[in-house]
Design a protein around this ligand. Structure first.
Ligand SMILES: [Ca+2]
Length: 343
């Protein structure tokens, strides 16, 4: 502000001087040469004025230069500040990333510590029920730690901590309909899909989880939004050598006639492994992996059809006891928990 005023003052002075110079020049008009005696004095004045003008011009020039330099300095400073704030932002992002990573590690370590403490006891963490008894009571995705003692790998699971007291490890879900269940033996063995969406947990994992006495709960929803269930007090699979044969007993439920009983004591089949009890290849006909008999009373790993699309085919997600063979369900969830679980 001060500098600007100074510059303005200088400018005013310059203009005044120029005007003065002009008025002096007017006195040199030959038609008005009434006072020839002042000619020498006039020229002296002019020279002095010219010098002053030159001085003022150089002063102004210097001032402009200074201002320009300052402006350049300011721009540099602003750029520097901007660069620093960008750096800080990057650091914050990095810190956030590290924080969530550490958080994640802490959670896993907590699980592992809990497991190490009870390593030899019956309370080792290997399913959602053991998580529940360790006060993890919110439904969602969990990571079960690897267990060297049992020789089991780390496993992502979805825990239902609400239905009938919680503690359920979800082994299958159909609700989105984008994941194909028409898969081969290897994929059914390892598991596939998204743990928060549609998935099969994997026959090896289900086999492992059902080595203790286990309950199976099947939740089904139709396109009217009605929900029914079928529950088996006993549920277990054989190992791979025995084709993950299904063993169920102790049915209860409200989904009509028991539609899994027909599949009891049958081997698992996939599109590349026909273990069914039929001349046909049921897995290929029903487009899923399942404990096919000859072929189905239920087909929970069948093709996901939107309401009304499934009329004549035999490959939908069906439960004959409730909606018959030509109605494909909107949502299915199969979940397990130990028989001795107490909420
Ligand atoms: Ca066959």
């Amino acid at each position: 502000m001060m500098r600007q005023t100074a510059v303005l003052n200088m400018l005013t002075l310059g203009v005044t001087l120029v005007l003065l110079g002009q008025s002096t020049g007017a006195q040199r008009d030959p038609r008005r040469r009434a006072a020839p005696t002042s000619k020498a004095a006039c020229c002296e004045d002019m020279r002095a004025l010219k010098v002053q003008l030159a001085n003022v011009s150089s002063l102004l020039e210097e001032l402009w230069r200074k201002q320009e330099t300052e402006a350049r300095g300011l721009t540099r400073q602003m750029l520097e500040l901007e660069r620093r704030s960008q750096n800080q932002e990057a650091r914050v992002t990095e810190a956030e990333g590290k924080y969530s990573e550490i958080n994640n590690r802490v959670e896993i370590m907590q699980l592992q510590t809990a497991q190490a403490v009870t390593h030899t006891s019956a309370e080792a963490i290997y399913d959602c029920a053991s998580l529940y008894t360790r006060n993890y009571k919110i439904s969602g995705q969990y990571k079960l730690p690897a267990d060297e003692f049992m020789g089991t790998p780390e496993l992502e699971v979805y825990c239902d901590m609400e239905t009938n007291g919680g503690g359920w490890t979800v082994i299958q879900r159909r609700k989105v309909g984008l994941t194909s269940f028409d898969r081969d033996w290897k994929q059914y063995k390892r598991g596939f899909g998204a743990i928060r969406g549609d998935f099969w947990l994997g026959n090896d994992n289900i086999f492992r989880l059902t080595r203790q006495p286990t309950v199976l709960h099947i939740e089904m929803e139709d396109w009217e939004g009605e929900v029914r269930y079928a529950q088996y007090q006993h549920f277990t699979l054989s190992n791979e050598l025995n084709s993950y044969r299904l063993h169920i007993a102790g049915y209860s439920g409200n989904a009509g006639q028991d539609s899994l009983r027909y599949h009891n004591n049958t081997n698992f089949s996939a599109k590349d492994k026909d273990n069914d009890k039929c001349v046909d290849n049921c897995a290929q006909l029903r487009k899923g992996g399942y404990w096919y008999n000859c072929c189905t009373d239920s087909n929970l790993n069948g093709v996901y059809y939107r309401y009304g699309e499934h009329r004549t085919g035999t490959d939908g997600i069906t439960w004959y006891g409730w909606h018959g063979p030509n109605y494909s369900l909107k949502r299915v969830e199969m979940k397990i928990r130990p028989q001795n679980f107490r909420p």
